[in-house]
Design a protein around this ligand. Structure first.
Ligand code: PMP
Length: 386
């Protein structure tokens, strides 16, 4: 096997599968500067506009002043500082679980949690559209992996009937590239009937849906029936990091067995401190409610029939090249909406993934609609769900 990577790179380039990083020369927000040009940004997951908010910036500064810049070691060695503990208590309260554990990212949360709980002889049943972190973590665990077509309850039930060992269903409350929701009530009923556990990734739901922005399980009153509630601090909470909320027993198990937790330096304490402030903002409903209110007002403006089910509104194009062409046309017009294509989504289902935030103005949304119409993507062309 040769170490010359160039032929493979050339091949990927030829297939338009080679990507490059785009440098943003401003803070994150509804308007960003890219290639020296100001663009309206409809591609970020900063749903509540907290990433560049005064409240979080002040909290970060406060965190550095109180707790310093670095955390020194992994949490089990000597890296657990007061804000790490306080944040986890707040997350447990937020998710109505006995306990919670934070990780350096959402990706690391999945990679630590699933292999710590599942292994050879066990079965993991995943929705086909689950995020890469959940897929990779399931592979790493060594458990048997079964996949059901997106949100297909009949197929899920069939797989449950033949599953062996400990059985874990893994799904998301809001799917990251489609913006639609999982049928949580039915999935909970199925997993109870079959004695399985459920891991629900609420990455795109927290801060956006549910009472006080507490997510889908909270909206449906099912928090007590979802054994593993995963989320990130990197989307509506505006920072970076991930968490798993569960019973005290599970969290203690993860503290001992989740390798991405045990063998990784604790996130900077200032980030934990700021995340706690972000959660309080969302929870208290002070700023959070008005931010969430603004987000949903913007979403209703963007798409009214039917209303979006989340802050992610995909315009499915299908053809990869066409999606890229439309994306660059929109870019010319000053709108940042990258085309999402294979391997992030299935071949032939390339799309513009539009995300709306609380920070967008009505004028920016109207401008988006006008530009979408110019490229032939009026509201009628927007599918309700992928
Ligand atoms: N789960 C889902 C559904 C996601 O969309 C993402 C990030 N795109 C993650 C997990 C990973 O989270 P993080 O970015 O914090 O690693």
């Amino acid at each position: 096997m040769s170490w010359d990577l160039q032929p493979q790179i050339d091949d990927w380039r030829a297939q338009d599968l080679w990507r490059e990083l785009r440098l943003v020369e401003s803070t994150q927000g509804p308007v960003v500067k890219v290639d020296g040009k100001e663009m309206v940004n409809f591609s970020s997951n900063d749903y509540l506009g907290l990433a560049d908010s005064e409240v979080l910036k002040q909290a970060m500064q406060e965190g550095v002043d109180f707790y310093g810049a670095g955390s020194g070691a992994s949490r089990l060695v000597c890296g657990t500082l007061r804000p790490h503990r306080d944040l986890e208590d707040a997350l447990a309260f937020f998710k109505r679980t006995e306990a919670a554990l934070t990780f350096s990212s959402g990706y690391a949360t999945a990679m630590g949690t699933i292999p710590a709980l599942m292994g050879q002889g066990d079965t993991i049943i995943l929705d086909k559209l689950c995020h890469a972190s959940l897929v990779d973590a399931s592979r790493l665990s060594g458990a048997t992996i079964r996949v059901f077509p997106h949100n297909h309850l009949g197929k899920l039930e069939k797989l449950l009937q033949t599953a062996t060992g400990r059985v874990l269903i893994v799904t998301e409350s809001i799917f990251s590239m489609d913006g639609d929701r999982c049928p949580l009530v039915e999935i909970v009923a199925l997993k109870e009937r079959h004695g399985a556990w459920l891991m629900l990734d609420e990455a795109h739901a927290v801060g956006v849906i549910g009472p006080q922005g507490r997510g889908l399980a909270a909206e449906l009153g099912l928090e007590g029936q979802v054994e593993l509630q995963m989320g990130t601090l990197s989307k509506a909470i505006g920072l970076s990091g991930g968490y798993l909320a569960a019973s005290r027993q599970v969290i203690d198990w993860l503290i001992n067995r989740a390798r991405s937790f045990v063998y990784s330096t604790a996130p900077p304490p200032a980030v934990a401190h700021a995340a706690l402030v972000g959660i309080c903002e969302i929870l208290q409903g002070k700023d959070g409610d008005t931010r969430r209110g603004r987000l949903w007002k913007n979403l209703a403006l963007l798409k009214s029939d039917p209303l979006p089910t989340s802050a992610i509104v995909p315009w499915i194009i299908g053809d990869e090249q066409k999606a890229m062409d439309i994306s660059s046309q929109l870019r010319e017009a000053g709108l940042l909406i990258p085309a999402i294509r294979y391997p992030t989504v299935a071949r032939g289902s390339a799309r513009l993934r539009v995300t709306c935030t609380a920070g967008h103005s009505e004028a920016q949304i109207r401008r988006l609609l006008a530009e979408l119409a110019k490229v032939g993507l009026g509201e009628s062309a927007a599918p309700a769900e992928a």
